[in-house]
Design a binder for this molecule. Structure first.
Ligand code: ATP
Ligand code: MG
Length: 228
């Protein structure tokens, strides 16, 4: 059997809480193994720990206990200084709150992950950025600043930014939360197309059954555990 591209072994996360020595136990011994090119949906009630789980999986935060391996690299024993470059090379991450840079235009935001490492010519990246923005209906907004975009438009820019480096894995935290059903499906289908064309592994946190149904594996987070 191939080595999984994402592996979690007994991962727990407890946030410290003032005046409570036990803290807030959000994740309780989660184990998960995801094969390359798999598509995964994680659903669950608000506050159940979906963002916490995605932050652990992507190395944005460390678990209290357990081991996380992504693309052959154990995140939980990496030097913190090596993590950003590793993430930029292997992962596209869509933040629930978009996290666009307000001082950069749409196209500049999208190109940001590509300027850290010059792996291919500028023209090729720029061409891909334009085509992706076109696919999500933003071709007329490329020189607009995020402050002048709607929430849903910001969300689409955040998704395109996560795709620009054609990463092995895309982790998306509610990538369609601010979108109407039709646009949500369009965006989710773009992710699925990339999965089919490039073998990109997808992990999508969502409250939308329509989006979750497009993924092959579906998990529900509840009481700190991940259930099928
Ligand atoms: N940095 C933090 N410090 C302390 N508690 C936190 C922190 N981040 C999240 N929490 C708490 O952990 C729990 C899970 O939060 P999380 O953001 O992971 O939920 P979620 O499932 O993504 O919710 P939503 O669907 O609303 O986005 C919540 O009770 C939240 O208040
Ligand atoms: Mg969340």
């Amino acid at each position: 059997m191939n080595e999984p591209i994402i592996s979690l072994e007994k991962v727990s996360k407890t946030y410290p809480v003032p005046d409570d020595k036990d803290g807030l136990k959000v994740l309780k011994g989660i184990s998960l193994s995801v094969e390359k090119s798999q598509t995964v949906a994680v659903t669950g009630p608000s506050g159940s720990g979906k963002t916490t789980l995605l932050n652990m999986m992507s190395g944005l935060d460390l678990p209290t206990e357990g081991k996380i391996t992504i693309a052959g690299q154990e995140l939980t024993c990496m030097f913190p200084d090596d993590l950003p470059l590793f993430r930029n090379r292997n992962l596209g991450f869509v933040f629930q709150s978009h996290c666009l840079l307000p001082q950069c235009t749409v196209i500049e935001n999208v190109l940001l992950p590509s300027i850290v490492e010059e792996r291919e010519g500028r023209d090729a990246v720029l061409d891909r950025a334009r085509k992706l923005l076109e696919r999500v209906g933003l071709e007329r907004k490329i020189n607009t600043f995020p402050g002048k975009l709607s929430g849903g438009e910001c969300q689409r820019v955040a998704v395109v930014r996560a795709l620009i480096n054609q990463p092995k894995i895309i982790m998306a935290d509610e990538p369609t939360g601010s979108l109407d059903n039709a646009t949500a499906i369009l965006l989710a289908k773009l992710l699925i197309e990339l999965n089919e064309e490039l073998g990109t592994t997808l992990v999508v946190v969502t409250h939308s059954d329509l989006v979750a149904d497009l993924m092959k594996l579906k998990f529900k987070l509840a009481d700190g555990k991940l259930n099928i």
